[in-house]
Ligand binder design. Sequence first.
Ligand SMILES: [Zn+2]
Length: 397
Amino acid sequence: MKTTDAFAGLDCVDCGASFDAAAEYHTCPDCDGLLDATYDYDAIDLDRETLAARPFDSLWRYEELLPFTRESAVTTNEGATALVDCPDLADELGVERLLIKDEGRNPTGSTTDRGQSVALTAASQHGASDVALATTGNGGQAAAAYAGRAGLESHSYVPSRSSFSNKAMINVHGGDMNVVGGRYDDAVGAFEEGLAENEDWYSVQSFVTPYRHEGAKTTLYEIVEGLEWDVPDVVVYPTGVGVGLVGAYKAATELRELGLIEDLPGLYAAQADGCAPIVDAFENDRDEHEPVETPDTICGEIEISDPPASGRVLEALRETDGGAVATEDRDILEAAVQVAQHEGLEMAPSPAAAASGVWELAERGEFDGSETVVIVNTASGNKEGDVLRSHLMSQGV
Ligand SMILES: [Zn+2]
């Protein structure tokens, strides 16, 4: 395997056992816990000047902090997305500075490209022939794209409610797609049956492969570097499974470990009222979520009623003195429209939960005016322009 010098292997976050990354691909063979990539940070010599001298061209510019070499990467130059100042929104919300990290500019229009680039690199290094996952949509499109690039087959299980553009593009990338009636949990059930029947399939499911949050962590590196190492006070992630937040927490602690920053940003989870297990657990001081019985939100990408690693997501919020906020679908769609009309940026409905969440935090009086706030726009508005347009129709436009 073409691993980087400091990459030490995989540790189980539950039982603490360590494994060779060439031997273990997925969850812990001892306890089925989640595996996490570990590094010898003392062996990493990375300073602000070194990074500033590198082109801002791909997440692989942080190669030392990734498991695999850039040369071996399955990449379409994902990452290196824009961090856009939104002064009018900052004024309206009463904060010093508000920025949107526009992950919609990734190759397939969503932040999942980061994780799939690293996960498909791992699959390729492990000699996989087929990758498979259950996905609300964006992750499947990205898996199909990167599998195509790596010369592997992909098998995506998507719920019937997944957006047309994701389904269409999974096909366009040559991926095998299984549309499962119902919601995300139904897709997971069908995917698990598929995995059981096909022993050669390699899972690129979030928190089954250790590598999706490893790719996702680079978003936070870019945010902090983009702010010239001035750590933002608040970073709000639209949250379904929570890969982005777990990655962000890891990234922040790594930057601190390397002496590049001192403070951690406050990490916030934003969900939709109709499916907010993380927010509910946070507000009730629980260490784990309770599954949502009847999820119901227009935000299909984050409609995850039973997130597999809620303990880690909640840890990220609490250890950074962050928070959690849920808002109603109507407010979320309106937030996407307001951002589009006043800042020119296109947010899909699910990431607009983060924008709506920031409005809600402002209304609750959580800001004193001195904050720098970053909203992570995880997917392009183009992916679900029809849903956003329908919201205008409901307003009589
Ligand atoms: Zn274990």
